[in-house]
Design a binder for this molecule. Structure first.
Ligand code: FUC
Length: 804
């Protein structure tokens, strides 16, 4: 049927008229695998709906279902080993240095599963339904409700599922279009570590997770309308009901307190509300966030087909812009559903995991993954969803300080490539991934970005600054003068998970002053210098950071024109490596831009091309990062090509990003990449349609955010802005760059002056640069477009229209 769909889609005329594109993922079948089930979540409490006819499986999650507890992991010999390793690295004795680090520096890596996130369990419903017809399973992104419906025995059965952020329960409602038609059995289960108690109207599941993990409690309340309810061993049996509402609450002792009484209270409150009240409140709260952004890239006849068939058709070449818009909104839906204020941040799988042993423990990797999770937060109007990341960073500080002091003899706080719900900050495992003390520093970029988008000075002062400053304090102590070059360098460190070949042919990972480290430190110091300026405090510290920043090594362009990943040119054993760490300065950093550093931009481009030519972009998140890179390079076609590859090669039937089986970062990186194609604001101006591909020549988007507190709505035709509205929330100057000339109807417009007009989106000073072979670099020029400056007043909308 996907071939048919493909033919149909290719023949159908592309229209852009309607705004009623359905934001629904839907399927004609139940999910036979977890990666086909549909996610619901309220940030804390999640579920995956399979929609089976004779057996429903609603797999459940609670964000703090973690085994383990804080344990000591540090290597007691670390400080001495650090000095030895540095001396060896400065002599180019990389392999020896790595041996020292592996042996005497690295802390304890636990066995996979020892400390891990886990499923909460399953809610199963058993029906005597067979040979049903008109089956449909859907996730309505706009209402955040999953619905399963089918006809059996001339009766239409419907099940609805949602996880309410308001009432903190998962709600399931079953109904039929004939009275008394509902007969089914209900069971709650968990693969391990759980006791089950079944009563007349309630099932309790409780226990404690392994290795001193959390105590947990889940309770399901069954509320039938008419009919009867009885108990059989571990099951509740409902017979002859017109409709049934089930409420599921769950809690753990992660933050203290008794999970059983928390759950009890939640359920007692929720059951006082009618189903309609629960639903209405849920939808209202979801839409408050979700509806902030609307995206219309046009529609084809494909919109009428099931999502999995559309994805298949796209794999064979169908053009289906609405599927891309759906993918985009699905990503926003996932962030809203997995990261709400007060909770834990979205982990490697957001919130959703079906087993006791997820890949990488479904933890919080901080060497790209958690950052990518939050790239779309500010851009797409989900600033509040960013907050759990900040609380988490804050919570890393106490242990991060100990690691800084005991492992490095430094002040401030530090964290490495990964951490978990127990906030460990030690370097663990093998040097190739574990020896990388930049996780906290990179993460603090998000604090500063939150301020740039919101202008929230109180947040900057009270929350962001102390964390940023402490991350910088570590780096101040950690930097060491390279006796060979005289620059201040970090190390020992790696370029995340990548390796190089030494001059004598050995494979090594560790080095001093890797490019990414330098870029992250540059970014951190720059952000701190600007923050101290805004807050008018810590002037001396800021001055010191400025002096140190000037002594960081320059970014280097190698003899073949690529940006160098290490200070020396090395051969790479894996030239298509998934991490493209040294392009941090292009994205998510702001140090390399097309307009201000065209040589470095050209080198960045060569770097991506080289990676791609060697099989790069093979993981979803890596592909997603590449979309962001090409968007920043203003290359819409290449960004688009990689977006299509993300959907074709790395997207599961339920639109989850793959990393066998699933990792959510690619979903989020995809959303930020698509946004960066439409709007950018990192380079001192608001750039509309900076990387628009031909296939998106006509479209419309509302509600995108720009640094400096601006909201942008815009409509374009033939790749030209037709009209736009720029809402200024904070006032201040605004510079708009557009593909065609525009006028602002209700403001005085000045010709662009060349300075950065808005202090909120200040540019970082251009990096120093060194070129090993100037002939190998053809500077990339930016598409200039048109530029205007105007002053704005807070709370005012500015109307922008095409200049005839
Ligand atoms: C990074 C990546 C892996 C994986 C892991 C969770 O270390 O290199 O591909 O995504 O995080």
């Amino acid at each position: 049927s996907s071939i048919l769909l493909l033919v149909f889609v290719l023949l159908t005329q592309f229209t852009n008229a309607a705004d009623d594109n359905p934001l629904v993922l839907w399927y004609r079948h139940a999910a036979d695998e977890w990666t086909k089930a549909l996610p619901i979540g309220n940030g804390r409490l999640g579920g995956m709906v399979f929609g089976g006819v004779d057996m429903e499986r609603l797999q459940l999650n609670e964000e703090s279902m973690w085994t383990g507890h804080p344990v000591e992991r540090a290597n007691q010999n670390a400080y001495e080993a650090l000095q030895k390793a540095r001396a060896l690295l400065f002599q180019g004795r990389y392999v020896e240095a790595e041996k020292v680090v592996a042996q005497d520096f690295m802390g304890r890596r636990l066995e996979r599963g020892e400390h891990t996130y886990q499923t909460l369990g399953d809610l199963n419903l058993f029906f005597d339904h067979v040979r049903v017809h008109d089956y449909r399973r859907e996730l309505d992104l706009d209402r955040a409700v999953v619905t399963v419906s089918y006809t059996f025995n001339r009766t239409r059965f419907t099940r609805e599922y949602f996880s309410s952020p308001v009432d903190q329960v998962i709600v399931v409602r079953l109904s039929a279009d004939k009275p008394g038609a509902l007969d089914f059995r209900i069971r709650l289960s968990r693969p391990a570590d759980a006791a089950i108690e079944t009563g007349q109207d309630k099932i309790r599941m409780f226990g404690q997770l392994k290795n001193g993990g959390v105590a947990f409690e889940a309770q399901l309340l069954v509320l039938p309308q008419n009919g009867s309810r009885s108990r059989d061993k571990d099951e509740i049996i409902v017979s002859g009901a017109d409709a049934v509402v089930m409420l599921l609450a769950a809690a753990t002792g992660y933050r203290g307190g008794d999970p059983a009484s928390m759950v009890q209270e939640t359920l007692a409150a929720a059951k006082e509300k009618s189903y309609n009240a629960l639903l209405t409140d849920h939808i209202a709260e979801h839409q408050r966030l979700f509806k902030r952004v609307e995206l219309n890239l046009g529609r084809t006849a494909a919109v009428d087909f099931p999502t999995d068939e559309r994805l298949l058709a796209m794999k064979s070449g169908a053009v289906d812009p609405q599927l891309l818009a759906l993918y985009y909104q699905f990503g926003r839906y996932l962030l809203i559903s997995s990261s709400r204020p007060g909770g834990l941040p979205a982990n490697l799988q957001g919130l959703w995991e079906g087993t006791l042993r997820p890949p990488w423990n479904a933890d919080y990797h901080i060497n790209i993954n958690i950052q990518m999770n939050y790239w779309p937060a500010e851009l797409t109007g989900l600033s509040e969803c960013h907050l759990p990341f900040f609380d988490f960073l804050d919570a890393l500080r106490p242990r991060g300080r100990i690691t800084a002091k005991e492992t490095y003899g430094c002040g401030g706080f530090v964290a490495h490539h990964t951490t978990d719900a127990w906030h460990f900050t030690d370097p663990i495992g093998k040097p190739v991934y574990g020896m990388w003390p930049m996780g906290a520093a990179w993460s603090t970029q998000h604090l500063w970005e939150h301020y740039l988008f919101t202008g929230d000075e109180l947040f900057l002062r009270q929350k962001a600054w102390p964390i940023m400053k402490e991350a910088a304090e570590f780096m101040v102590d950690f930097l060491i003068r390279d006796p060979n070059s005289g620059y201040l360098v970090s190390g020992p460190s790696s370029s995340p998970e990548n390796r190089f070949r030494t001059k004598d042919g050995q494979i090594a990972n560790l080095n001093m002053g890797t490019t990414m480290d330098t870029e992250i430190i540059y970014d951190l110091f720059s952000n701190c210098i600007d923050a101290a300026d805004v807050l008018d405090r810590d002037r001396r510290f800021a001055k010191k950071l400025t002096e140190l920043r000037d002594q960081l090594p320059p970014l280097k362009i190698g003899s073949d024109g690529r940006l160098m990943e290490w200070q020396e040119e090395f051969e790479e054993p894996e030239p298509g490596h998934r991490h493209i760490s040294h392009l941090f300065a292009l994205h998510p950093g702001r140090q390399i831009t097309l307009r201000h550093t065209p040589e470095l931009a050209a080198a960045a481009r060569k770097t991506i091309d080289y990676r791609l030519a060697h099989g790069g972009g093979h993981t979803g998140w890596s592909r997603a990062w590449i979309i962001n890179f090409f968007a920043r390079l203003q290359d819409g076609e290449r960004a688009y090509e990689n977006l299509l590859a993300l959907l074709r090669k790395s997207t599961l039937p339920n639109l989850f990003d793959t990393h066998p089986p699933f990792q959510i970062d690619g979903n989020f990186g995809g959303v930020s990449g698509m946004t960066e194609m439409l709007l950018q604001s990192h380079a001192g101006e608001i750039h509309l349609l900076p990387a628009l591909p031909k296939d998106w020549a006509n479209g419309k988007v509302n509600g995108l955010r720009a640094r400096g507190g601006f909201i942008v709505d815009m409509r374009w035709r033939n790749s030209r802005i037709v009209n736009a509205v720029v809402t200024s929330e904070l006032g201040g100057s605004c510079r708009l760059r557009t593909p065609n000339a525009v006028i602002v109807t209700n403001a005085d417009v000045n010709p662009a002056t060349g300075d950065n007009p808005n202090p909120f989106y200040k540019l970082q000073p251009p990096p120093r640069m060194e070129m090993l072979n100037p002939d190998a670099v053809q500077p990339l020029t930016a598409k200039e477009g048109f530029c205007i400056d105007f002053e704005t007043v807070a709370g005012t909308k500015y109307k922008v229209v095409e200049k005839e």
